[in-house]
Design a protein around this ligand. Sequence first.
Ligand SMILES: [Zn+2]
Length: 255
Amino acid sequence: MDKAATLRFRGALRELLRRPAANGVVVYPVTREASIKDVIEALGPPHTEIHGIIADDRPVGFEHRLAPGERITIEPAVFPIDVFTPTLLRPTPLPLPKQRFVADANVGRLATLLRLLGYDAVYDRDMEDGELARIAAEEGRIALSRDVSCLKRSKIMYGRLIRANDPQEQLRDILRAFGLTPPYGAFTRCLRCNRELAPVDKKDILDRLLPKTKRYYEKFSMCPECGRIYWAGSHYEHMRGWIREILKGEETISR
Ligand SMILES: [Zn+2]
């Protein structure tokens, strides 16, 4: 076994190992030249879930070549994940001021919920993994997916593996993971096409309003893409209550 390295996976990374390993420890025979990133991904966890690699007490990057006899510790994310500061693993941070997302076809509802809170979340049910990775890289977006293999795409820098089934639980996970705290830009973005809404004069859309809406509401906004009109009606109140419900207990998130 002198050609073996010892890899210790910590915390939530253990659940992502292809084969169960006692205490997350994998003895890995170093039989070929490989980067630590390739070795980790071959064992299960996608690189997006890795937030620290220590080789014999020294922090190293993804390109580190695994050597026989090395002891490697692999750390999961510590919340909140800071995507705006360069790290050894991710030297190129994402553009300020706000986190932006690209959602895989398997988390469409989550994309809508992020839009509801005002976050820019690209989503297209027909988008393939390669396209998602390209958008994440070119537009500086955090990739969200339930699919481990999608998050192994090397173009993706920042991402989050979505574990929960329930979209509301998925949203809570993203808020916690990336430290997204109020105030949110709720009701500022079109739920259908992700564009920011623009104010519109009531007199310009009178013919599109129902009599009651016309009578009780004065302020309206419109999506520049699809023309959908938004106003603070009963639907709005319903969603406000619902957002409060989702965010219950979230005030305690750090930062
Ligand atoms: Zn729209």
